[in-house]
Design a protein around this ligand. Structure first.
Ligand code: ZN
Length: 317
């Protein structure tokens, strides 16, 4: 029997978090400063658990290792992607992530290329995306002089925007933004600047200036150009496709029949309501549902009004 894998996952308290994960998605949040929901994750810092069917209660990392047929007998040893929803009630630190080579050498884990789909943004909300230094020497000088105003590139954002954030890109999600992030399964972050903020215990969070300068790219970040295809009752937008992952936005209105074109899919419902039909069994989909369509499902049907962010890994390693 083939079944979708609906997931239950962990919330993470953050200095910059808020309450939108409850207000917008109806999740149970542990604190009033909940910043991240690791919605589809096999990373040791927050592992999803299957919530339905014959694999109920199984952890995604263990399932990936021991049930390779569900994932099309993948080459990668660890589940390669991580889907998060972030509620930035305040600025996240200005940061950068290493690529795979640097991450493996210095942290013992893969690097992190990520991307953001903006679910909601307050009026006037901004992100930091890239920097203005023309060389590593100028970058070092501006960081040492704390010339953040001239160094950091601020960009206004609104709901529906998409940003591709390859490893080596200077970035920060700004106050008042709710984002779905698709990323390599990694938790390595180098902080460049944290707005001189102190946590509840009065401590500054650690910065990682030397490693940041090592891995920061010079030059403007290369955002992706989304491409939309209008099909019968389905608008599909390819948001980005690179060596690590492909990410789509699917907007369903009515009945849509689909066939699998990747080994497996990660699926997050960000708006609307509807159903998923697999093997004559109907599953309810609602805003906030997160699931994996495993390799054992080759065709399915959506019905309803659904807005989803869908991704799959790309095998190059
Ligand atoms: Zn990041």
């Amino acid at each position: 029997m083939s079944e979708p894998l609906f997931l239950k996952s962990l919330m993470h308290d953050k200095i910059w978090g808020g309450t939108k994960l409850r207000e917008v998605f109806g999740y149970d949040i542990p604190t009033e400063t909940t910043g991240e929901y690791w919605a589809i994750s096999a990373h040791p810092n927050g592992i999803s658990v299957v919530a339905n069917g014959q694999f109920e209660g199984r952890q995604l990392d263990e399932l990936y290792r021991n049930e390779p047929t569900l994932f099309g007998h993948p080459k990668e040893k660890v589940f390669p992607l991580l889907t998060k929803i972030l509620d930035a009630n305040d600025w996240l630190s200005v940061q950068v992530h290493p690529d795979d080579a640097y991450g493996l050498e210095h942290e013992g884990e893969l690097g992190k290329t990520e991307c953001w789909y903006v679910i909601a943004a307050d009026e006037g909300a901004e992100i930091i995306y890239g920097h203005n230094a023309k060389s590593k020497a100028e970058l070092r000088q501006m960081i040492e002089e704390k010339d953040w105003e001239h160094l950091l590139t601020r960009i206004p954002v609104k709901a529906g925007d998409f940003f591709y954030v390859p490893s080596g890109t200077m970035h920060a999600i700004g106050k008042g933004i709710l984002i779905l992030e698709t990323q390599q399964s990694s938790d390595t972050t180098y902080r460049v600047y944290d707005f001189d903020r102190k946590d509840a215990q009065g401590n500054l969070r650690e910065l990682h200036i030397e490693k940041s300068i090592d891995v920061l790219n010079i030059g403007e970040p290369e955002n992706s150009v989304p491409a939309t295809l209008e099909l019968h009752h389905l608008r599909t937008t390819c948001l980005v496709s690179n060596q690590f992952f492909t990410v789509y936005k699917w907007e369903v209105e009515g009945l849509v029949q689909m066939r699998r074109v990747a080994p497996y899919l990660l699926l997050s419902v960000i708006d609307g309501q509807g159903s998923l039909l697999v093997d004559n069994k109907l599953y309810n989909l609602q805003k906030g549902s997160h699931l994996i369509l495993p390799h054992t499902i080759s065709e399915w049907e959506f019905d309803g009004n659904l807005e989803m962010i869908v991704s799959h890994p790309n095998n190059v390693r």
